[in-house]
Design a protein. Structure first.
Length: 422
């Protein structure tokens, strides 16, 4: 008689939202491994129908309190495309800075406090903080730098006030920006210190080859505009990629899973690094190269280290952008917005990967159709596939040890279940 074993974790903590895990093993073979989302659906796309265009970013920005900026920006870009709006280069630069800051303060929280302790098998973060006080102080300083600058540009940290269709409601002074960058040298040193700490960790030896997808621009490590590139060098415009993917809604689930060419794929820090490695800023690139980890790598546990590398890259990039910008033209806040019938697509790199937005408007700028495809919804099927491949290595371990290993893999992905359900 076949021996069937079920592995169940009712709740996986230290990640955004509520989810569990279930696996079935039959005669030593993993027949099922699946994340079970337990977050209530808010039906945001339905809420948007019939709304005026200017309300849309304010609503989508409420999807997540950890990374609201990316929802503001992806939605805003889609609306601007639908209306044929071209924003100023200054607006693009400041939005890019906002996006980079979002990545820094989200990565700092996840990478250091939620994921890294797993590799030391430390469940209680307070014990991790006590054991590594210098590293903790350094990452808190880096995160505070990002939070303070977001507030300077966006008006507040959670659900910023200044981003709007066509530009900004209000701009920061260059003096405010210069004050924030006054401690640049110490901030980049702290980021490198934590990055080197993450670099030295012994990550599990696990690889499963999969497709990876990220924004791409030949001239920079893109997070805000550009095309969409796959790891096997297929390049798409945002609309083309949106039409290429398949969103799958399984029975009794409140979240869709996404496939590309019928297969799961990964999007996130490691995907961006694999695809855009040559475009990393110097200190970030050296941090990865010193680790001797090959590029590309398919070991998803390295996503945590990739986040540490991206923190360094983003700090370098912000400094570079403001040096090139030189000043802030206070009269150049926004361009004229005139609604028209049409449809538009937005795509930005959220901390967890590509965020896609689609909207259709009538001639008065009211929403006729809306769809939001979040990073977690895109990589959930890939996480299931990784868990199924990883379980044979660990299912014979004692229950407590096995749970630690499963949670470590899940949290390395940095899932946001609230965004995925929205």
């Amino acid at each position: 008689m076949a021996k069937k074993k079920t592995i169940t974790i009712n709740h996986i903590a230290k990640m955004e939202g509520h989810t569990g895990f279930v696996a079935h093993i039959l005669d030593g073979n993993v027949t099922k491994a699946k994340m079970e989302t337990k977050e209530g659906a808010r039906l945001i796309e339905g809420v948007l129908l019939g709304r005026d265009y200017f309300e849309v970013p304010m609503i989508t920005g409420r999807i997540c309190g950890i990374c609201p900026i990316v929802h503001f920006l992806s939605t805003t870009h889609a609306i601007e495309e639908a209306f044929g709006i071209k924003v100023s280069s200054q607006t693009i630069a400041l939005r890019k800075v906002m996006e980079l800051l979002q990545i820094i303060h989200s990565h700092a929280l996840h990478m250091y406090f939620l994921s890294l302790p797993d590799f030391f098998e430390i469940e209680n973060d307070l014990n991790f903080i006590k054991k590594y006080p210098k590293e903790t102080k350094a990452i808190l300083g880096v995160r505070q730098f990002a939070i303070d600058m977001v507030e300077s540009i966006g008006g507040r940290v959670v659900h910023p006030l200044t981003i709007e269709v066509g530009g900004f409601k209000k701009l920061p002074s260059i003096e405010t920006i210069n004050n924030a960058l006054a401690d640049y040298n110490s901030i980049i040193e702290d980021a490198l210190f934590v990055g080197e700490f993450a670099q030295k960790i012994k990550y599990p030896d696990f690889e499963r080859k999969t497709e990876m997808i990220a924004l791409y621009d030949k001239d920079e490590y893109e997070v805000l505009w550009g095309n969409i590139m796959t790891l096997d060098n297929k390049k798409y415009k945002v609309k083309e990629f949106y039409e290429k993917i398949q969103e799958l809604h399984q029975p009794f689930e409140k979240v869709k899973r996404t496939h590309y060419k019928g297969e799961p794929y990964f999007t996130g820090a490691l995907a961006r690094l694999n695809i855009n490695f040559d475009l990393l800023n110097p200190k970030a690139k050296k941090l990865w190269q010193d680790s001797k980890i090959p590029v590309p790598t398919y070991n998803i546990f390295y996503n945590t280290f990739a986040q540490a590398v991206e923190i360094v890259h983003c700090i370098e990039e912000i400094n570079k952008i403001f040096k090139q910008l030189g000043k802030i033209d206070q009269k150049n806040t926004k361009v004229k917005v005139k609604p028209r019938a049409g449809e538009g697509y937005g795509a930005v790199e959220a901390p967890r990967g590509i965020l896609l937005d689609y909207y259709k408007f009538d001639k008065n700028g009211k929403v006729l159709a809306a769809n939001i495809v979040t990073p977690t919804a895109q990589f959930l099927a890939n996480l299931d596939a990784d868990l199924k491949a990883y379980l044979p290595n660990i299912y014979k371990l004692p229950i407590a040890k096995r749970r630690i290993k499963i949670r470590t893999l899940v949290r390395a992905y940095d899932p946001c279940i609230s965004c995925a359900t929205h």
